[in-house]
Design a protein around this ligand. Sequence first.
Ligand code: BGC
Length: 384
Amino acid sequence: MKKFLALILALVMVMGLVACGSNEAPATEAPKADAPAADAPVADAPEAPAEEQVGEGKVVGIAMPTQSSERWINDGANMKSQLEALGYEVILQYAEDDVQQQVSQIENFVAQQVDCLVIAAVDSGALTSVEAQAKAAGIPIIAYDRLLMDTDAVSYYASFDNEGVGRAIGEYIETAKDLANTTETYTIEFFMGSPDDNNAVLLHKGVMSVLQKYLDNGTLVCKTGRTSFEDTCILRWSQETAQQWCENYLAAYYADEDLDIACTAFDGFAYGCRSALESAGYVVGENWPLITGQDAELMATKNIISGHQTMSIYKDTRLLAEKCVTMVNAVLTGSEPEINDTTTYDNNVMVVPSYLCTPVAVDVSNYEEIIIGGGYYTAEQLAG
Ligand code: BGC
């Protein structure tokens, strides 16, 4: 009887998982997780010959944070196609930035006894108990893009150099405004990432490693006085909050003087600032500020071409997916993946062996070479 009940329970859990999977994408708002959008970067699915079907019979559960931002849709689609090309079965789920939803998705993956988990966390601090369950069940975990904090259950971490992303944003502003030599002063406001995302903390550190000295010597003036991470972080990377903050700042502090620089950590924030600036009457080519972003999303790249955003950080999600796939293969076949950092990513319990890809700053001067030349978006996609 006990066995029968356990079987029924397992069936119910698996059905729950299937049900969750089926409503993973509200069709009207975002493309389905497993159907890359027509405007998504062209995925390089490796065409594995039959003898390289190392994944045959194995299931990988991928937990992604949200489909509200294009990059995660691309990450999921790239990983799915690359893993499937190696014979793995892939279950890809999005939590739509809902912490509890992600916890249940991973619980279901564990109940279903997937062979490996890939997690890009909504709030990594909320996952420690389900990660312990996975470890107890012998399921290895790869942290994808965002470090999994406070756990010993993670095998590897694939990401970009996150402090390097911040440094590249800071250096872009430094060069564009010639901060080291100018006698001008420039107003600046900061829109930083989510406090529950380790990447956001590192990005702010990288930005300030370049810009703090110019705030200190008065070349940069932050009229709200909000420069610390605590004062500038935006929960769940919300575009709406960034827009609201920008509207408030412009109304309260920039009635008599224009904002010169919006230092934002994410393309979504740049879109929010764009709306706020348009409502406040700013005009491209006249008093439009320098606006930074991250991810080089399709819309951001179009905004760079039209002058509504100045730069973004190009992070090739195809490459990141490829690195992650090598880590999945390694944990499942007992091989060693390529690692290039064994010191930086301390999650408070362990230093997680990592592969860090290199971020690249893109603007109107190099997007053709980097974005189109790299096959990330076609000229047609950018023109559309
Ligand atoms: C990623 C960024 C992304 C942000 C918002 C971060 O963890 O590293 O690439 O812009 O999340 O989705």
